[in-house]
Design a protein around this ligand. Structure first.
Ligand SMILES: Nc1nc2c(ncn2[C@@H]2O[C@H](COP(=O)(O)OP(=O)(O)O)[C@@H](O)[C@H]2O)c(=O)[nH]1
Ligand SMILES: [Mg+2]
Length: 473
């Protein structure tokens, strides 16, 4: 049985100039003819011209209604845009109705289509059909959701390039030689006695290494995906009263955090999303790190420690006046413990900030400290510059240029591929396993790769991917 024809509002709910209602499926034209009167949509005609908008009247459908006395009601003047299979987003016959914006009209258009035989679309169902009909790979479909949810220019740019095939093309380049190799290995198994067909181990190793290198370079810009999608998380840390909340307000240029001269005022983490240049930042204003805290404040401090572990960047604040007195300024123990990886190396970039610079005349500090005054605004742009420099190391621009916005799912699968490729190479060098073993391991690797692009998929995988879409996309 064919899939039901579906309908949904494709534009946001609310008042606006125009709303778009999308109908897709093998009965899209039949449904449309029942609710729309305009050139090309009369029953006598076979099919309207594809991709040509026509003007007409949208009304409730006649006949099918339970209440026979109900008259056909005019709902709106609309434009109807038929897009015939396979030349539509879903690959199915599609009709889009452009009606007047507003909550009532758009809802009535959807209801009329349902009355005329369409089913309400589920979340992401149009894109799911586009994937199933071979219009988009799975990573392209996921990028459609990223594009819709993008909060910054850079993340939108990255997502649209992935929609256009950025990641897909790289995956094909990795996959194709491995699939070729796999089919040759499988071929050699059929003619096991023929030495001509046996593939030299050196050649196999070369292909595996080439694939591993390409996957590693994808994984290298892997964290950029999360930063583009969720924003760059920056934690403001330092002793109570050093001016953390004030600095956040200065950065945000508006009063979003509670500022008070009472030490320990900020007991919980206050998070503020800020757009700066091409990026989205999430600043976390924390409870100050100090020993002599009360029970409520201690809870705040515990959360601060957790935030520090998860931060992409840490601003470590100290008052400029106390900094200028000392030469060597070690990080407070509680902060250092959070950002060191155990062997004394820092895993998170820490920017040192000297606050309340207006209170010191000529501070004598090393150049790594950024001096700021939240009161006068002095040094705030220097701090933004230091943040932007640190962020340049996260390779967001590279990811955007390549059109590669990896998510958890991609990272997990590519990580598995990389591990298994390394293991297989080591195994070949150590024990020279026969083509049968190599073939089995290689097919597992190509299956992982196939799940990233959607060449290999399960119902469960599609459910997980498309549940994060909105209705109408
Ligand atoms: N003179 C001066 N005072 C500041 C500055 N920043 C903060 N303060 C004051 O320092 C006190 C503590 O600030 P707050 O931001 O609440 O510190 P927090 O506990 O680290 O969040 C308040 O009285 C602020 O007005 C600054 O740049 N210059
Ligand atoms: Mg505070």
């Amino acid at each position: 049985m064919s899939e039901p024809t579906i309908v949904a509002l494709a534009s946001p709910v609310g008042t606006g100039g125009v709303a778009v209602v999308r109908v897709s499926g093998c009965r899209a034209l039949e449904v449309s003819r029942r609710v729309f009167q305009g050139p090309g949509f009369s029953k006598a005609q076979a099919k309207p011209e594809s991709h040509r908008a026509v003007y007409g009247i949208l009304h409730s459908p006649p006949g099918l209604i339970s209440n026979e006395n109900k008259e056909v009601t005019t709902i709106d003047q609309v434009l109807a845009l038929p897009m015939l299979a396979p030349h539509s987003y879903t690959g199915e016959d599609t009709v889009e109705f452009f009606c007047h914006g507003g909550t009532v009209v758009a809802r009535e258009v959807v209801e009329a289509c349902i009355e005329a035989g369409a089913a309400p679309a589920g979340a992401g169902e149009f894109t799911r059909r586009a994937f199933l009909n071979g219009k988009l790979s799975l990573d392209q479909a996921e990028a459609v959701a990223d594009l819709i949810h993008a909060e910054s220019r850079l993340s939108a740019r990255a997502a649209v390039r992935q929609v256009l095939g950025g990641l897909k093309n790289q995956l094909v380049e990795i996959e194709r030689p491995l699939l070729d190799l796999l089919s040759r290995i499988e071929g050699s198994l059929e003619f096991a006695d023929d030495d001509e067909i046996a593939i030299p181990e050196t050649e196999i190793l070369k292909s595996l290494r080439a694939a591993d290198r390409k996957i590693s370079s994808l994984l290298q810009i892997g964290s950029a995906g999360r930063l583009l999608r969720d924003g760059i998380h920056i934690v403001l840390a330092g002793a109570p009263n050093v001016g953390k909340s004030s600095l956040l307000n200065a950065l945000a240029d508006e009063d979003r955090a509670i500022v008070d001269k009472q030490p320990g005022t900020t007991r919980d983490v206050v998070s503020v999303r800020l757009h700066h240049e091409e990026n989205v930042f999430v600043f976390h204003d924390t409870a100050g790190l100090r020993q002599e805290a009360g029970p409520v404040e201690r809870k705040g401090i515990a959360r601060t420690q957790k935030m520090l572990l998860e931060a992409d960047l840490i601003l470590h604040l100290e008052e400029a006046k106390s900094l200028s007195k000392r030469q060597e300024q070690p990080l407070p123990i509680s902060l250092a413990a959070s950002v060191e990886n155990g062997s004394g190396e820092f895993t998170t970039i820490v920017i040192r900030v000297g606050t309340k610079s207006d209170l010191v005349a000529t501070p004598d500090l090393d150049e790594s400290v950024v001096l700021t005054s939240s009161l006068s605004g002095q040094g705030i742009s220097d701090l933004w510059r230091a943040i932007d420099e640190a962020v340049a190391g996260f390779q967001l621009k590279e990811a955007a240029a390549q059109g590669v916005v990896l998510n958890q799912r991609h990272l997990h699968k590519l990580g598995l591929c990389s591990n298994e490729l390394t293991q297989l190479s080591a195994e070949i060098q150590k024990t020279s396993p026969g083509p049968e073993v190599i073939g089995t391991l290689l097919s597992s690797i190509t299956a992982h790769l196939g799940e990233v692009s959607g060449r290999v998929f399960s119902e469960q995988l599609l459910e997980a991917v498309f549940s994060r879409f909105c209705v109408g996309k």
